[in-house]
Design a protein around this ligand. Structure first.
Ligand code: MTE
Ligand code: MO
Length: 318
């Protein structure tokens, strides 16, 4: 078993007054509560720039989802990114996303749901329990990281908004604001960035909404203020800086699939047996290591997710 799940925050810790007073208080409290750490000695301002000095993150709480592999450093996680809205080099998001405004942040939920709504993000987040989980983030380019995300299951939201019987997929859309996201001034991709999941994939407890990492609020370059992480799929499925969640009947057209349909399919499950047309997907480099590792089917989460694809030809549905 590769991954384990952290304990839930006791509801006594999640009082509206103390937790939702302000977003910094809110994230700090959630992070420390889920890490199971005494607040004394580790409390400090929750800023994206501060380097984590918290050894507790290397010892995630026991449970069925967390890996005990060494965490990738905060520095690597926040300076080696793909976020084309801020440039196509790996350090562009770190260099160019610093002034990105993540509040106020309007989030809409629409399409085939009984309870469509538009929210201010902080209001939207109030009812959801925050849990910290350690996931391996996979990227199609052949690197991997172990990142202690702070997030909660997409399914928690889906159940609340009550999809209709026609809802078979969920589409996630990134903010479109070329004044703030200089990469959107050029037709590098079909803006805004769109990704999608089949409903049962989205309902899997490993498919999460993320608001933080390493016990801090999400750095802009990692998709602040609100993104998804789908750890058994290649990195590009994990859409950043989401403003719209739309429930739809038909498989959504997704950004990388539009850009290069023969290279990037809708499913994009990590699969060492299916080469990308321009490179092998058999090996990966764990950031911080020199020797390559063998890539695992479903990024090592096969026990958890393989049953979602029973009977499907994963060479055809790549
Ligand atoms: N909006 C948006 N989301 C995005 C991307 C992007 O360019 N724009 N890049 C994707 C790719 S290719 C990867 S590998 C992951 C990287 O996430 P990370 O920088 O937090 O590691 O974000 C994904 N989500
Ligand atoms: Mo990626």
């Amino acid at each position: 078993m590769l991954i384990k799940r952290g304990p839930e925050i006791p509801s006594s810790e999640v009082t509206p007054e103390s937790v939702y007073h302000g977003r910094r208080t809110f994230l700090k409290k959630a992070a420390f509560a889920t890490a199971g750490l005494a607040t004394a000695g580790v409390a400090g301002p929750l800023t994206s720039s501060a380097r984590p000095q918290n050894p507790g993150w290397n010892r995630p709480p026991a449970g069925p989802y967390n890996t005990d592999e060494d965490l990738t450093s905060f520095k690597d996680i926040t300076t080696y990114n793909n976020f084309y809205e801020f440039g196509t080099d790996k350090d562009d998001p770190y260099k160019n996303a610093g002034d990105f405004k993540t509040r106020p942040w309007r989030l809409t939920i629409e399409g085939e749901v009984r309870k469509p709504a538009a929210y201010e993000l902080d209001d939207f987040l109030k009812p959801y329990k925050l849990e910290d989980r350690v996931y391996r983030l996979r990227c199609v380019e052949g690197w991997s990281m172990i990142i202690p995300w702070l997030g909660f299951p997409i399914g928690d939201v889906v159940r609340k908004v009550e999809p209709t019987s026609r809802a078979r997929y969920i589409e996630f859309t990134t903010l479109h604001d070329p004044r703030q996201m200089p990469g959107q001034k050029r037709p590098v991709l079909n803006w805004p960035y769109v990704e999608g999941l089949r409903m049962d994939e989205a309902m899997h407890p490993l498919a999460i909404f993320v608001v933080g990492l390493y016990g801090k609020e999400l750095p802009n370059q990692n998709g602040a203020p609100f993104r998804i992480v789908v750890p058994w799929k290649y990195g590009f499925k994990s859409c950043k800086s989401i403003v719209k969640i739309r429930f739809v009947e038909n498989e959504p057209r997704t950004t990388w699939n539009i850009a290069a349909p023969n290279e990037y399919g809708f499913y994009s499950n990590v699969n060492p047996d299916v080469d990308h047309p321009r490179w092998s997907q058999k090996f990966e480099r764990r950031i911080g290591e020199f020797r390559k590792r063998r890539t695992m089917m479903f990024n090592g989460y096969g026990d958890q997710v393989a049953s979602l694809y029973t009977g499907m030809d994963l060479r055809k549905h790549f």
